[in-house]
Design a protein around this ligand. Structure first.
Ligand code: GLN
Length: 440
């Protein structure tokens, strides 16, 4: 699996690994930092307020991918935009390491801008490493995705320990260190990225090309991409309970003691990433074997299956919440076993592997070159809306109860996946064979 890929893939792999390390280390403690009391160094907000800010923040991070994509497509090219994003991220994470509410908001804002510049464009660059129809493309994205999750895994583990021992702001500072490493790798690897993600052609030439109308096939492909983005909202709206509701659930309602040691709640944030590193290759090979046997293997199909499996994960969370008992005064009388969380994250991960790297690759196959980064930007923006939806659902759980919300998410995701399977043929027709171009 690791043979024959362009060297540039590993430069992008390590850059994104460190960027995600920063993003997830900060994210893992964000909600916990906000709700912890002022005496213990936090902000002392309520759960609902914390989840609301979390939702706005995670949504904005990904919404900024649209201007980030346009900036790259029209003016700077992906490579330069990634670099600028990286530098802004170093600043943002460093500022968060200082105490004070104004530092907190400034840091968050810079992170939002930085991720918007970096995230969509580095993903488009991965696609740029492969020629049209190259069957290595999907695998390349899977490798890239494993890199993302190595970063996320290291993040959860290290930030949980560092912030527990030294305090929140050291945890935030750690994210800054990660980002310095990311930018360093990217600068070092420029020689392997020649011809990938360069600035667009000079204005006059570019103007002519843009003015060329889209063909019917290109239009259809854009339509199916936009439709597939609906799947993305549903998927991430459910999946992203991870950093919010499921994080709080692990924190307050799960018995996390094992052999007398209490696993910090933030460490559970690393679980999904750990699973991805462990089973990413297996899932990729599963789909390749299916393709070789001539069975259904389209991206939309994989995404539909991904939604269903993720929904099943929430069925386990319903089980978890049924095991807890909370008194009328809000006191926790019985916590649930950690096993539920382990199982739920496992299913979420399989769902994610069927959806997320597949979608990235799908976009680079279908989007017309001149809108490549923009389409990627819209994709991430949709994941951002999913994040916001996740936040809203998490807030709703504060009044409706966890069982209802987990159950609702499970039912909806599973039904939605089944519905997609029903319309699979129609959706596939709109891709006009973009996926069959692959030689095996
Ligand atoms: N977990 C993936 C990442 O961090 C996907 C995030 C997303 O698409 N919103 O890259």
């Amino acid at each position: 699996m690791f043979k024959q890929h362009p060297k540039g893939l590993y430069i992008l792999f390590f850059t994104e690994l460190w960027e995600r390390f920063s993003y997830y280390s900060m994210r893992a403690i964000l909600v916990l930092f906000i709700i912890s009391s002022v005496e213990s160094g936090g902000l002392g907000w309520s759960n609902t307020e914390a989840l609301a800010l979390y939702g706005w923040y995670t949504m904005s991070v990904y919404l900024m991918s649209i201007p980030g994509g346009i900036l790259a497509d029209r003016y700077l090219g992906q490579k330069n935009t990634v670099l600028i994003g990286g530098i802004i991220l170093i600043l943002g994470h460093t500022i968060l390491a200082f105490h004070g509410l104004h530092f907190f908001y400034t840091g968050l804002t810079l992170i939002v801008i930085g991720v918007g510049c970096l995230k969509p464009n580095i993903s488009t660059m991965v696609g740029g490493l492969y020629k049209k129809g190259d069957s290595m493309r999907d695998k390349g994205f899977m490798i890239f995705y494993i890199g993302i999750n190595i970063g996320a895994f290291l993040a959860g583990i290290s930030v949980a320990l560092i912030s527990k021992i030294y305090g929140w702001h050291y945890g935030f500072g750690l994210a800054g260190v990660g980002m310095v490493l990311g930018v360093s790798v990217f600068l070092y690897g420029q020689k392997y990225l020649k011809g990938v993600g360069d600035p667009p052609k000079p204005r006059t030439e570019a103007k002519l090309e843009i003015k060329k109308p889209l063909t019917k096939i290109e239009k259809d492909r854009i339509v199916v991409l936009l439709l597939s983005f609906l799947i993305v909202i549903v998927f991430w709206g459910a999946y992203e309970q991870a950093g919010g509701l499921m994080n709080l659930y692990a924190h307050t309602l799960t018995d996390r003691t094992i052999f007398g040691f209490e696993i910090p709640a933030a460490a559970f944030q690393s679980l999904a990433a750990f699973y991805i590193i462990m089973i990413g290759a297996t899932v990729a090979n599963f789909w390749i074997r299916r393709r070789d046997k001539g069975k259904e293997n389209s991206s939309i199909y994989k995404m539909a299956i991904g939604n269903i499996i993720m929904g099943l994960g929430f069925v386990l969370m319903v089980g978890a919440s049924l095991q807890t008992t909370i008194s009328a005064t809000g006191e926790v009388l019985a916590k649930s076993s950690m096993i539920w969380l382990f199982g739920a994250y496992f299913l979420h991960t399989i769902g994610e592997l069927c959806s997320s790297p597949v979608a990235l690759s799908f976009i680079t196959k279908l989007a017309p070159a001149k809108y490549a980064s923009l389409m990627m930007g819209i994709y991430f923006a949709m994941t951002g809306l999913g994040n916001k939806l996740a936040g809203l659902l998490g807030e709703a759980a504060q009044s409706f109860g966890d069982t209802q919300i987990f159950g609702g998410i499970a039912g909806f995701s599973i039904l939605f996946g089944l519905l997609l399977l029903l319309f699979l043929k129609k959706l596939k027709a709109l891709t006009h064979g973009a996926e069959e171009l692959q030689s095996t």
